[in-house]
Ligand binder design. Structure first.
Ligand SMILES: *[C@@H]1O[C@H](CO)[C@@H](O)[C@H](O)[C@H]1NC(C)=O
Ligand SMILES: *[C@@H]1O[C@H](CO)[C@@H](O)[C@H](O)[C@H]1NC(C)=O
Ligand SMILES: *[C@@H]1O[C@H](CO)[C@@H](O)[C@H](O)[C@H]1NC(C)=O
Length: 599
């Protein structure tokens, strides 16, 4: 800085010295030339000998010399030819910058006598500079959706040349989004602004590359270019989108926890946070939340609870996706549950007659039941059967309703009770079966008469027997039960001789014991027959008969036996008729028995 100032003040001194010189010489005129810049060194600027009408031969003798006012020696004097020639190429822009008029000034000094000539060469501009931008590339960050006509001023290009050789115009490579508006400043210099013509869409084109060209007005014209890179900034102008509006999937019931059901997928065309999406359940019932879970980041839906087809065969699940800007969309996941054969058929008894009379006719309904299976399809289709060694059959009335009916005549005396096994099977894989046992009892019907253990009985008796003597027992059995099997014995009416049986013989109605009531005499009657009947307690009662033949055997006479009253009240001896008799060997019983048989 100090050096510059010193320089300038010396120049001023020199100048004032010349001015004094000019004044003292009385003839100090400025001789003007003009030439374009950029002439090669050695080029002739002017011939001063000729122009100043000086003798070339004397120039050296007079110590002719050139004194430049500028620090740089652009020109020099050839003393032999008197020509001022270019020593160093002159750049107008170097010498004068942006000044409109540019002069190279120097003096020619001669001695003996001292003469001073002031010379001025106007340096004309040549279009030797191209417009130039400060950078090769300018970057603009412009948000999408900015309104059209938005403007972006551009940096000016520089061209050191002046006037028409300076920058005259700007242009931009053709594109659909931007135009260029070229404007002039007060001083006439030009500048340009980018004008948005069509809205930007980052999702369509995230970056634009334009070429900006600045041109000067020289001949030939020179241009300079720079790239304009437009980075389009994202705006949350896109909703997240599911790849499908409905996802339909099948899921086996009883699928274990964490089984992948499906994966929903959404995308968002925006960028960064605007494209960060998370998934969540939309409006779904609580039950769905207990059965399924959703990964908010991956969109994977997995099994959480126990999936039961019998509970629900289908679920419709609304899924929401949200981007970082709060935009949401929805999709639906339809989960169809596939049935698994996990339920056995169930037998439900509607009515049961657990006891039926043994004489029930075939087709009598014993039980009514239904068979159901909670599964569906083949898994829920049932078959029903009973074991085949029983006199019962199944009749299907309505679908899945059955009647258990008797098939053959029944006999309680042979089989008093049946355990009927109902087997219900479904057609799933594997087959599931359930079994139900129905117990059916047969109630007794009086269909069996009492039967004597012998078809006829013979009972022996010694004559002169004591009255009330037990001579034998008849026995009849009845296959029925209870009252129907309760046998009572009786003797059919008849006579022994003139007397009725009842006066001589007695049968205990309950146990069939046969008593002789009177003492009998062999000499009068050797045998007789009584028909006994066994009847049961049925209604009506059934009975059968047998013959009891009483044979009287001979014996030495004995004194007649006197029957004392018996203590035993249950004895049929109550029926005995006490009879007083002498203990006389010769006395004879006057009873005569005649059989008064029914046959
Ligand atoms: C039937 O089943 C019952 C109970 O299990 C049993 O007590 C009875 O003896 C069975 N009857 C037949 C005839 O199998
Ligand atoms: C029949 O029953 C009577 C009385 O119980 C008995 O004394 C007799 O021996 C029986 N007869 C036969 C053939 O079993
Ligand atoms: C009464 O008679 C029955 C049979 O008829 C017999 O078992 C019982 O011992 C007798 N009792 C007396 C006290 O004689």
């Amino acid at each position: 800085m100090a050096g510059g100032m010193e320089n300038r003040s010396r120049k001023r001194q020199v100048l004032s010295f010349f001015l004094c010189l000019c004044v003292s010489l009385g003839a100090c005129e400025t001789i003007r030339y003009s030439m374009p810049e950029e002439k090669k060194s050695g080029s002739l600027v002017a011939n001063i000998a000729k122009d100043l009408k000086l003798d070339v031969g004397k120039l050296s003798g007079r110590s002719a010399r050139l004194i430049s006012e500028s620090s740089k020696q652009y020109v020099e004097l050839n003393a032999r030819s008197g020509g001022v020639i270019i020593k160093e190429k002159i750049d107008r822009e170097d010498l004068c910058g942006q000044r409109d008029l540019c002069f190279l000034q120097f003096e020619i000094v001669l001695e003996n006598p001292l003469q001073l000539y002031r010379m001025e060469v106007q340096i004309d501009d040549v279009n030797d500079n191209s417009p130039k931008f400060s950078k090769n590339e300018f970057v603009f960050k412009i948000p999408e959706l900015l309104p059209v006509n938005s403007r972006f001023p551009l940096e000016r290009a520089q061209d050191p040349d002046i006037s028409t050789n300076g920058i005259q115009s700007y242009a931009i490579s053709s594109n659909e989004h931007f135009s260029l508006d070229v404007l002039s400043q007060q001083d006439g210099s030009k500048y340009a602004e980018l004008v948005l013509e069509k809205q930007l869409d980052r999702e369509e084109q995230a970056q634009l590359m334009l070429i900006l060209t600045a041109a000067d007005g020289g001949l030939p014209q020179r241009t300079g270019t720079a790239r304009i890179r437009v980075n389009v900034l994202d705006n949350n102008d896109n909703f997240p989108q599911f790849s499908q509006s409905v996802y339909k999937v099948q899921l086996m019931e009883n699928s274990p926890r964490d089984t992948l059901v499906t994966k929903v997928e959404a995308s968002d065309l925006d960028q960064g946070l605007n494209a960060e999406i998370t998934y969540s359940f939309g409006q779904v019932p609580d039950k769905v939340l207990k059965l399924f879970q959703l990964n908010p980041f991956t969109g994977e839906i997995t099994v959480l609870g126990i999936i039961d087809f019998e509970d629900a065969a289908m679920y419709e699940i609304e899924i929401q996706v949200m981007d970082g800007g709060g935009f949401t969309s929805h999709c639906k996941v339809v989960v169809e549950i596939e049935d698994m054969n996990d339920n056995a058929p169930e037998v439900t008894l509607t009515s049961l007659t657990s006891t039926i009379p043994e004489d029930s006719s075939p087709e009598t309904v014993v039980a009514l039941f239904s068979v159901s299976d909670r599964d569906s399809g083949d898994n829920g289709r049932t078959l029903c059967s009973i074991q085949d060694n029983v006199p019962f059959a199944l009749k299907s009335t309505l679908k899945n309703y059955y009647e258990l009916v008797t098939q053959k005549p029944l006999d309680r005396e042979k089989v008093p009770e049946y355990n009927i096994t109902i087997i219900a099977t479904d057609r799933g894989t594997p087959r599931l079966t359930s079994v139900r046992v129905i117990q059916v009892q047969l109630s007794d019907i009086n269909d069996n008469p009492p039967v004597f253990n012998e078809s006829s009985y013979v009972m022996y008796l010694k004559e002169n027997n004591p009255p009330g003597l037990l001579i034998g027992t008849v026995r009849a059995a009845d296959l029925d039960t209870e009252q129907n099997a309760k046998v009572t014995y009786s003797a059919l009416p008849g006579n022994i001789g003139d007397l009725p049986f009842s006066s001589s013989i007695s049968i205990n109605s309950e146990n069939g014991q046969v008593y002789v009531l009177q003492s009998l005499d062999y000499e009068q009657r050797r045998d007789f027959q009584v028909t006994v009947r066994a009847a049961d307690g049925g209604s009506p009662p059934l009975s059968s008969e047998a013959i009891v033949r009483v044979v009287i055997t001979d014996e030495n006479d004995n004194a007649p036996f006197i029957l004392y009253p018996l203590q035993n009240s249950s004895s049929p001896a109550n029926d005995l008729v006490p009879r007083s008799a002498e203990a006389d060997k010769t006395s004879k019983c006057s009873l005569s028995f005649t059989r008064n048989s029914t046959d």
